[in-house]
Design a protein. Sequence first.
Length: 59
Amino acid sequence: MTDPDEDQPETPPETSIQRALRLKQAIIDARPKPPRGGRFQREQAASIATGKSKPWMSR
């Protein structure tokens, strides 16, 4: 049979910038995420009153 490596085109070696970006993304992805949906999301949405983030909209 054929070697599976033969089907893959050769990729150039990773640059230092690409490596740093890959490591940074891995660190960001590993961080704990806030809970999604349910009561937590409703509480977060209710805590911000409409227009509070746009003070120029008030009279």
